[in-house]
Write a protein that binds this ligand. Structure first.
Ligand code: UGA
Length: 451
């Protein structure tokens, strides 16, 4: 992992607007690279928490990195956008772009921030769009900046983020690639200086025009979501054909043209990026005159993954009314407390609607899940969640779930029925213990514990 002080062109005074998953990780990582970073957020409670040394969400290694950089004097927080713009040479826009009802990205926050940046600018400024935005947004940002402050020279660049929640610190300090979309030498030079400690260490920087960089981000997320939906459709076919989706995926993944990642069948994708980016990209393509129905199909298969898992529970339990179902894992994936668009919560909602009582376990996301779905009971103890349950469903492949003591689980459950929505458990062992074990895209195993 790269450490330390920016060399070459030297350190930069950087402003970051937005302290969410992207902004806070980026701010801390740039400070770690040696830059002097001041960050802000519209949510003043979040800023107060950061000022007290807290971090507003769970992300492995982030609290430590933030504390280290604050202590080193390279990272600070300020209440207003103007504070992180004045006297800075480069400002990164990292605010949210939530979906509207029709899927279009809501860019109101980006525009508001662009206006605030323009008003506060004290000299030439490079304004970098890091939020995931539809192609064309940087051009809008540039126009907004110039309209507000025709007296200031602004350079606009797009620098999309490829951080994964749960691995964001590693991804920021050791990126596969850094993508910079810029159209002036000044903007390109500024971004090269910003990332010089990483490129010096061998990390790849890809320079493109602005529209290409903006589009590349949507293309990556849409393609990854497509890969997961492909393997989930394959799982449905394997279930009907008596094949094993993991083995089929292993054969596919061993072809370097396909690659092994993002071929894990299960409950499907969620989180704050894939669902909104897929919808926004589809909407954007249509607006550009190229309807892209493949993306709608990708989303449909993803919904179907949850429905297929519900069907397995229904098959095993017959009717769901008055049944108790334990959900093992609630976050949209392991190593995050994020439950936004989590397939686990989508499943919980369907189960509740059919009259089941649902107890969810998650090592980090229980409170967030409860806030999202108050009808569900939550606990941070998997055995408590499974106590007296008629069925347990693995929804998130946390290490804590993978390493469950199946014997103990068997002892506390009312019926020994396991639906493994992430193919995370040792099915053979579960069956040997008497569980009736229902994985995804593979034949069920009947341990004979329930008839
Ligand atoms: C995703 C991208 O991977 C990042 O590159 C990008 O920067 C980020 O969105 C973003 O746009 O900000 P993230 O949302 O953190 O990152 O989650 P992923 O690790 O991509 O997983 C997405 C979902 O796909 C999860 O629900 C995961 O459980 C699911 N998934 C992933 C599968 O069901 N099967 C797989 O084989 C892989």
């Amino acid at each position: 992992m790269v450490r330390g002080v920016a060399g070459g062109g030297g350190l930069m005074r950087v402003g970051v607007v937005g302290c969410g998953h992207v902004g806070l990780v980026t701010a801390a990582a740039l400070a770690h690279l040696g830059h002097e970073v001041l960050a802000t957020d519209a949510d003043h409670e979040k800023l107060a928490l950061l000022a007290r040394g807290g971090v507003p969400f769970f992300e492995p290694g982030l609290a430590e990195l933030v504390a280290e950089q604050v202590a080193a004097g390279r990272l600070g927080f300020a209440p207003e956008t103007a504070d992180v713009v004045r006297g800075r040479e480069l400002v990164l826009i990292c605010v949210g772009t939530p979906p509207r009802d029709d899927g279009e990205a809501n860019l109101a926050a980006v525009e508001r921030v662009a206006r605030a940046i323009a008003r506060a600018a004290t000299g030439p400024l490079v304004v970098v769009e890091k939020s995931t935005v539809p192609v064309g947004t940087a051009e809008r940002v540039r126009r907004t900046l110039e309209r507000e402050r025709p007296d200031v020279r602004f350079e606009v660049a797009s620098n999309p983020e490829f951080l994964r929640e749960g691995r964001a610190v590693r991804d920021a300090l050791s990126p596969d690639r850094i993508v910079v979309g810029a159209e002036t030498e000044e903007a390109r030079a500024a971004l090269r200086r910003l990332y010089e400690p990483l490129t010096r260490a061998g990390h790849r920087l890809i320079e493109t025009d602005i529209a290409t960089a903006e589009l590349a981000k949507h293309a990556c997320n849409a393609f990854l979501a497509t890969k997961v939906s492909f393997v989930n459709a394959l799982a449905r076919i394997c279930e009907r054909a008596g094949a094993d989706v993991r083995a089929v995926a292993a054969v596919m993944g061993s072809d370097p043209r396909i690659g092994p990642q993002f071929l894990e069948a299960g409950l499907g994708w969620g989180g704050y990026c894939f669902p909104k980016d897929l919808a926004a990209f589809g909407r954007l393509a249509g607006d550009l005159g190229y309807p892209f129905p493949l993306l709608e199909e990708v989303a449909r298969i993803n919904d179907e993954a949850v429905a297929a898992t519900l069907e397995k529970v229904r098959d095993a339990l017959w009717t769901l009314e008055d049944k108790r179902v334990a959900l093992l894992g609630l976050a949209f994936k392991p190593d995050t407390d994020d439950v936004r668009f989590s397939p686990a919560l989508a499943l919980a909602e369907l189960l509740l609607r059919e009259g089941a009582s649902v107890v969810g376990y998650d090592p980090h996301a229980a409170a967030a899940a409860k806030a999202e779905l108050p009808e569900m009971c939550v606990t941070e103890d998997p055995y408590e969640a499974a106590a007296d349950a008629h069925c347990a469903v693995v929804c998130t492949a946390w290490d804590e779930v993978r390493s469950l003591d199946l014997e103990r689980l068997r002892a506390v459950m009312r019926y020994p029925i396991l639906v493994d929505g992430r193919n995370a458990l040792d099915g053979e062992r579960a069956a040997a213990l008497g569980f009736s074990y229902h994985p995804i895209g593979r034949p069920s195993l009947d341990g004979g514990g329930v008839r």
